[in-house]
Design a protein around this ligand. Structure first.
Ligand code: NAD
Length: 263
């Protein structure tokens, strides 16, 4: 089927499930999807923060908050059924919630290791499995065979080891492999599975690096684009990977890093 430009990028009629949508990268991705026409189910720990919901509704799209603590595997295991039982036919999944814990490896507490692996990897796996299973039951779109788009949020530590972040690097490295493993099974069934690996993006998560003048300067010095990224830089890539424009892209970890990985 020949698609014109608006058809390639329009997300009209689709519903996305986004974790980590209250702030930072996930908030901009959720708003970007809504700007392209999608309705959005935002998963957040509580209903206190309504900024993203309000921004999406101001665009004329629907936004729903469903609460879950993504560090709690029991809650995560029950989550997809709750979303589907509320009648949301999810065809886009963005797993953006993530946490960071920084300690030298020889002092890294086991509890921090467990929490990072849970939120950044096991929760992502569980949601991919359960939402992916739903996508596989959807009627494929006429003409494209497309059933759904999964976008996991990887990192430069998917490729590099980082400093003082062994749990984060282990989890994000695994996100790259999980993305490829799921793509191998699902691409032929109309479910694209990709990841976005943001570079250094100014958010709450990286505030500690920004506050350290030496680290922050040495990071900046290595970025060919000569600036840190902003959460808004992640909008376009998220819309692209959720849309028909990327129907033949799967198993890809797309770096959005101002050129960092090219050096
Ligand atoms: P952030 O700290 O601003 O946002 C993290 C989001 O995850 C928030 O919405 C937070 O509420 C949510 N979250 C964390 N723990 C949760 C839990 N237990 N239950 C429910 N929600 C929870 O960080 P960010 O920089 O926007 O990061 C978003 C994603 O991008 C993360 O996966 C992160 O690893 C990844 N990432 C960030 C950068 C960067 O430079 N900022 C670089 C590469 C990858």
């Amino acid at each position: 089927m020949a698609l014109n430009f608006p058809q390639l990028f329009s997300l009209k009629g689709r519903t996305a499930l986004v974790t980590g949508g209250t702030r930072g990268i996930g908030a901009q991705m959720a708003v970007g999807l809504a700007e392209a026409g999608a309705d959005v189910v935002i998963i957040q720990r509580d209903t206190g923060n309504t900024n993203t919901k309000t921004a999406i509704e101001a665009l004329g799209r629907k936004a729903y908050i469903i609460t879950a603590d993504l560090s709690d595997q029991e809650e995560v295991s029950a989550l997809t059924k709750r979303v589907l039982d509320e009648g949301h036919d999810i065809s886009i999944l963005i797993t953006c919630a993530g946490i960071q814990r920084r300690h030298p490896a020889h002092l890294f507490p086991q509890s921090d290791w467990n929490e990072v692996i849970q939120v950044n990897l096991t929760t992502v796996w569980t949601l991919c499995r359960d939402v992916g299973a739903h996508m596989l039951t959807r009627t494929p779109e006429a003409g494209t065979n497309h059933r759904g788009s999964i976008i996991n949020i990887a990192s430069l530590t998917t490729f590099q080891g980082g400093l003082n972040v062994p749990a984060y690097a282990a989890a994000k490295g695994a996100i790259g492999q999980l993305t490829k493993a799921l793509s191998n099974e699902w691409a032929s069934k109309g479910v694209n599975v990709n990841a976005i690996a943001p570079g250094y993006i100014a958010t709450d998560m990286t505030q500690a690096l920004l506050d350290d003048p030496e680290r922050s300067a040495s990071i900046l010095d290595r970025i060919p684009a000569r600036r840190w990224g902003s959460p808004e830089d992640m909008k376009g890539p998220a819309v692209f990977l959720a849309s028909r424009a990327s129907l033949y892209v799967s198993g890809e970890v797309l770096t959005v890093d101002g050129g960092w990985m090219g050096r």
